[in-house]
Every structure is written in structure tokens, then in C-alpha cells.
Design a protein around this ligand. Sequence first.
Ligand SMILES: *Cc1c(COP(=O)(O)O)cnc(C)c1O
Length: 399
Amino acid sequence: MSALYGTYARSELAFERGEGMRLYDQHGRSYLDFHSGIAVNALGHGDAHLVSALKSAADKVWHTSNVFTIPEQERLGQRLVDATFADSVFFTNSGAEALECAIKTARHYFWAKGETDRYEIIAFTGSFHGRTMGTIAAGGNPSYLEGFGPPMAGFKHTAPGDLKAVEALITPQTCAILIETVQGEGGVTAMTPEFMQGLRALCDEHGMLLILDEVQCGYGRTGRFFAFEWSGITPDIVAVAKAIGGGFPLGACLAKGDVAASMVPGTHGSTYGGNPLASAVGNAVLDRILAPGFIDHVNQMGQKLAWHLQQLAQKYPDYVVESRGKGLLAGIKITPPVRDFVARLRDDHQMLAIGAGDNVLRLLPPLIVSEADIEEAMDKLGAAFAAIEAETASVPAVG
Ligand SMILES: *Cc1c(COP(=O)(O)O)cnc(C)c1O
């Protein structure tokens, strides 16, 4: 019996080491990683630059708290400001905390302007923003809210894709629209550029803020630094995490200067957020992601993956319903139950992937994936479908 909370239906598989695209278990068995610790290991496992950044940071100062200046954090913040739409950054330890900061920033912006009733946020069904009390209310998923008391007030939900439905929810109390540019956990659904542009226009028209959750789809994964760049819009606040620490817990809330201006001393805080270790690793991750050609490589691999998934869908039409996503945040909606299929891939074909809503198999390789790795993954997926086909055919027909 495990001493841990039973909040996960964990596999017994445990890994001992990792190298690039591969993880190795205690028996030295190798697994092809198309999971990346849920889009976290953007540079794969054991990246030499990240390892040396963490080791040399460990020889200096581990932690000081945010009441002192943390030079590595200042540097990471400045680099993010230089590389993006943002003027101001708050560092956290996780995605949910980055969203908490985003929500507080939006509400406080209007409060400080004297619009103290303006706290409502329009969010979307099928979204995932984290597991804190605030982010389960923002996500609106009934199964994550059930049993935890009254949900935090101030969120309204509608289905993504329908601008008229969004507009109908706007009231004088609405302060912001919050959306994942590509829904990850909900089923790997990319928002169209038209929808994103429409949301931006609604925000402009009604003086509201546009908050994007790019915790999963940001930091290069779609073939742009941010997924919203595909639609040419500029948001007001963006939450990032997952890839930004490459495996070290780190998140960030990025905002325009005027939007973040009311977040003065006392309004928000985090003991650990952006501590020296996290920031040193964060800078090393950014060195790699911003290196010339890195995001182009992601874009190319994303296109190859999409093409291969189309081929797979044509070859196994009984099992693959459609392919989805953007870049290396890819998915296929399949007919076999996705939970069983993920286990089959892992146990019989030594490939790691992850399920998503709507019975979608989510493929999240490290961004360093090569075409050979993609072909190997397709072979494994094909072998898994062929095995299901063989098992089905060998069951004697009844009647
Ligand atoms: C994972 C995720 C979160 C929550 O991140 P945590 O680090 O688990 O708190 C929020 N939003 C999206 C889109 C995510 O994928």
C-alpha cells in the first residue's frame, strides 16, 4: 500500500534515468517519450546545458525569498519581456499559480480604477486551468468541482468557437475573457485564428482584458513561441509554466505594463516563485528555446507529425477518427478506450503518451524530437492498432 494520497491511478512503472527522447526503467528497458511529463520536458531528458545550469546554481545560493533581489530572476524576467508582448512578469512554481496571478491581476486592474464590481471572467467549457479552488472554478469542469464546496464566484462558461455566445455573456461586470489558445487536457483542440481575433475584438470593444492560458501550448510547442502568434493578436495577460522550467517547477504570469501596474507591494506573493535554482534553470531553458532555428525545428516536426497522423488515420480508419492539435501538441481521437490504449502502448510497445478528453490520445514529444523518432512512434502506434485488430479478429463470432 502506498503512503501517498490516492489521487492518481498510477502505473507501477518507475524510471531510473533519461536521455533525450528516452526514459529507462529499473531493468534498463527503454521507452520512447511522447509524453514529456505532460509537456514539461521540452528539451527531453538530461539536457547537458540544463544539468550544468542546475549544478552550478546548486553550488551558489539555493533560496533567499522574494524579499531580496534575485539576479537570475531579474534576468529571466527581462529576457521574457524582451522576447514577448509583456512588460512585466510574476514567477510562480506551477501553472495553476500562474493562472491565479493572471485572475488576480485582471480583477485588481479594474478594482484599482474604481470599477470595483468588475470581476467576472468569461471562460470556456472543455478547458483546464489547474486544480486550485480558483482554477477549478475557472475551468468549470463539474467533475473537478464536485464535493469541494461552493465554487469561487465570478466565472461564466460557454463552448469555444461561438463568438455570439461569448458576446451574450458580457455584462458591465465582465472584466476579462480567459481561454487556452489550444485546449490540451480537454481534447487537444486548437482555437481558430478567426475565433481568437474575434475574442480580441470583443475585449477591445468592451474594455475587457484577454487572458490566455498557454501553460501547455506556449513556449514553442506549436511552432511559434506562443500559440496566439498564429492568429496575429496580442493578449493582455498570458500564463505559462510546464516547459519553462524544463522539469524544474516554474511558472510565470506575463502582462502588459499598464495591466500589471496595480499589483503593488502586498497585493500578491510567493515564497519560492522564481527562486535562484528555478531561475537559473529557466534561463538555461530559454537559451535553448530562443536559439536560432529551435522553434523552426518544432514547426517542421509539427508538420511532419500531422502528416504522419493523417497517414495513420487513413490506414486505420476503424480506430482513428480524426487528428487534432497544433505543432507538437498533437492528438488523435480514437475508438478504443484511450486509457486502455495508453497502457497498451506503454506496456507492449514501450511508448509513452497520454490521454485527453473526448477519447483523444495526446502526443507531446520533447521539442527536440527528430523525424526518425516520429516514424518510430508511428510504427509503435500502427503495431498497437494492428494488435487490437488481430485480437478482435480472433474472437469467435457469436451466433
Ligand atoms: C497543466 C496545466 C495547468 C496547471 O498547471 P499545474 O502546474 O499542474 O498547476 C493549467 N493550464 C493548462 C492549460 C495546463 O495544461
